[in-house]
Design a protein around this ligand. Sequence first.
Ligand code: BGC
Length: 740
Amino acid sequence: MSASPAKPENKSETIDQRANALLAQMTLAEKIGQMSQLDASHGYAPDYLADALRDGRIGSVLNVADVNIVNELQRIAVEETRLGIPLLVGRDVIHGFKTIFPIPLGQAASWNPDLVKEGARLAALEAATAGINWTFAPMIDISRDARWGRIAESFGECVLLTSTLGAAMVEGFQSDDLSAPGAIAACAKHFAGYGAVESGRDYATTNVPETKLRNVYLRPFKAAIDAGVMSLMTSFSDLNGIPATGNEFLLRQVLRDEWNFDGFVVSDWDSIRQLQIHGLTENDKESAFEAAIAGVDMEMAGDAYSNHLAELIDENRIDVQIIDTAVANILRAKFRLGLFENASTTRADLPPIASERSLETAKQAALESVVLLKNDNAVLPLSAERLNSVAIIGPLSDAPYQQLGTWVFDGDIDLSITPMHAIHSLIGHDVNVRYVRAMENSRSKASDSFDDAVEIAADSDAAILFLGEESILSGEAHSRADISLPGDQAELVRRIRETGKPVIAVILAGRPLTLTNIVDQVDAIMYAWHPGTMGGPAIADLLFGIESPSGKLPATFPRMVGQIPIYYSQKNSGKPPSKDTIVHIDDIDTRAPQTSLGMTAFHLDTHFTPLFAFGHGLSYAKFDYQDIRVSAHEIGLDDSVTISAELTNAGDVAADEVVQLYVRDVVASITRPVKELKGFRRVRVEAHDTVTVDFELHTSDLAFYGRDMQPTVEPGVFHVWIGGSSTTELRTEFRIVTSK
Ligand code: BGC
């Protein structure tokens, strides 16, 4: 039945030409069908899908992950519809498909774009076996509030780190050739500002001034577009009074007019109809109007477009040009994916699921994402030779599903290797490994088996506690107001501490937790996030010194919730705090309360610094930075400078170190952050070796959106630091001058 007009007439026909030629033959109903995506997850029998497809009511489905169903739907689309337009098949492939990599926040702790890219490549190869050709990732919302459950899906708080890793993920999913088997379209989400939801409550409102929007929240999206991302998803949230899904400023002015994005925009789940709930529109018809006018090309899991667009065009409220542009945006993606040449999936074209390469990469990603937060008296690494016995305790020691983290629709639990099993296989033949789970889950308040845990700890040379949060405590709609260890975990730590044995806490969690109440009760803390399928073997290798930890924090760890938002790139304020200008609530002199108070920007009941700073992460090596220098003390407005330092590993083991470069634009026409990450690199340093690390900075790297909302580089002094965390004090400076 298909007329197959979409086949190229000749090879030199461009994708634009093919899309436009096809568009010219489409009826309005067929066009609106392309703009509609149907949820196929619950209760939709394949027959229903097939009928909707034959009727031209859908251009995309989400949440069908069965290759036979997908192939049949594609066959119907290609052979049994008038124009033979294949389907986009979307799925949340967020950090792996069957093989699960660490949660994105964990991957961000690796500061390793190559590894993030490889993880996405392997996830795409696995997902493609199910006929999936479009993933709703990467999530590149800057996240500075650990209460927000979706921080787990993000790359954390930093503009450069998020931009770099987001772009790497896009490249990994899409590969060099989007039409090759195993390449899938990426979707950068959620455009924009979602991470700024008030008090970290998911879906809540956001208020972000335009300079901050442009200097912080939008930048990762521009980077994803520069990396060739095929699609963007709107955010559920309200941005400065206009929900993102109906926000013309974002979707037309910035995205199309300024950035010339030529991919397509999908709404979030039913977020077009939610414009009414936000209070922006009166009904679904008006919601369809607002979203279409704003520039949403495809509606996810809703029927506002399919029910109302035709009528809105009939009434001349929407110009058909708007519809044509949206459909052309979508069709180009289908052409680029090569779907018109071949829409069906042949299993033999793709590598096996959970291949050796996938599992090794998942382990490497877990290894590089674990952050050693604390290691008093070098209690770690543990030595299997010197230990006779070790106690493994805690609700997350042997929880194969929980260690996978949020958004693992397709993750294979049977592949998951837990820390308990991995430690057994690594040292079980030499060391007596005892295990008491002690708590049913992280939220449990029953302490009945604490005595058993104390007993095995007391009988062992060291206790390793696997604590944290189950996967369900983070992710979408799973925000928390109290982000300390839930349940009775702190009490468990206290009881184990009383044994006097070395206590090592390994934390598995989907967000930075406030660890203030346990930090002094343990000798070491390893932060493993939700480390994925191979989390166990990676953690075991790190605990026993087969590998050295090298992860660095992609988000600041507050001491208490009241410090939020706390992030390294804060503004200085007019009264910045220092050690000498603060006072603790317990030390206020009540006879002269005013004079004893420091008049600076701090809280009376906690320190002004976080518990662990952005970029922090210890190693079994001993890194020391010295001799920072610049290649020029003055550079022109369109010029470069090289900043270098010497990095010595004074320790006895070789290890990776993530070297970080920070900059401060000291005086500017709008105030700039006290530090901004401007470069980073993971380097391997042999024991007792010194390497030179250098970063080239171009003045365009220092540009910011100023008062006129245009990117600008202003002359003046720039402080620069190199070091192993955002607290580095190794500083020099250079100046940008107008005439050079
Ligand atoms: C989420 C998106 C996700 C979509 C499809 C929504 O609820 O906000 O991030 O891609 O569902 O599952």
